[in-house]
Design a protein around this ligand. Sequence first.
Ligand code: CP
Length: 311
Amino acid sequence: MNRKDLLGIEDLSREEIEEILSVAESMEEILERPIKIAPTLRGITVANLFFEPSTRTLNSFALAEKRLSADYINLSASSSSILKGETLLDTAKNIQAMEVDIIVIRHSIPGAPHFLAERLDASVINAGDGAHEHPTQALLDLNTIRKKMSTFDNLKVAIIGDIEHSRVARSLILGLNKMGAKAHICGPPTLIPKWMDTFDVTINYNLEEVLPDKDIIYILRLQMERQHESFIPSIREYIKYYSLTYERLKKYASPEVLIMHAGPINRGIEIESRVADSEYSLILDQVISGVAVRMSILYLLSRQKTNEDSN
Ligand code: CP
């Protein structure tokens, strides 16, 4: 991979995705050692700027940085001078001035990471920008699938739920298509955006019709915090038609199906606890993949930066 920033799956080629997944495999070897640390990023400083809440992404970036011996700092909106009126660009430039090499940013505004990437020498990694993209999530999802399936070719992945507000869905669909898999979208018509027509997907509004024959069922969180108008009549109705219950899973899905969800999960809304905690679930495997994939991305971007600095 020969790029300064990682901003979206849209920009990546299949070869770049394959390289990230291949390096992640080597990183998994480090994570299996009794002492899970390598000197790979010694001397590199990373700033994790999270202007939206996060459990998985922030902490797996922090662990990935620790495991590779990078120095890192964490900054959140509530503890930064953004609250005193400082702009995002001024904040980022001040962080960069402290000899920071890589900025990981999560922001509610789509394009915020791209805006910084154009204006900073530091590498920028998009850790989720509004409802636009969440590329590191898609890469860890692809890594989780790679470990379970022999090939991506013709793999059938159902993506169920709130597509409209989901950066996870957008990045995942792009990633699956690039790797040769097919995404099958399902959810209430009001939560499937018009722009879906431009993607290589099938669209169906009936969950029970979509479940059979799929290799993977990827459930999306119903994102109440991003719904500024009423997209569904009621939560009760959403559960009735779109919740993945154990009964539905057993009745309609293949016995070999695997279940994925990026988290956080709304238990009892988009997914029943009995499904989330079942033998079909890869939810915690996804979290495990997150550390190795983020180690891989940090390594590949820092290698590029080191090459540029020495030229
Ligand atoms: N999947 C994901 O992005 O989770 P967090 O919001 O906890 O980072």
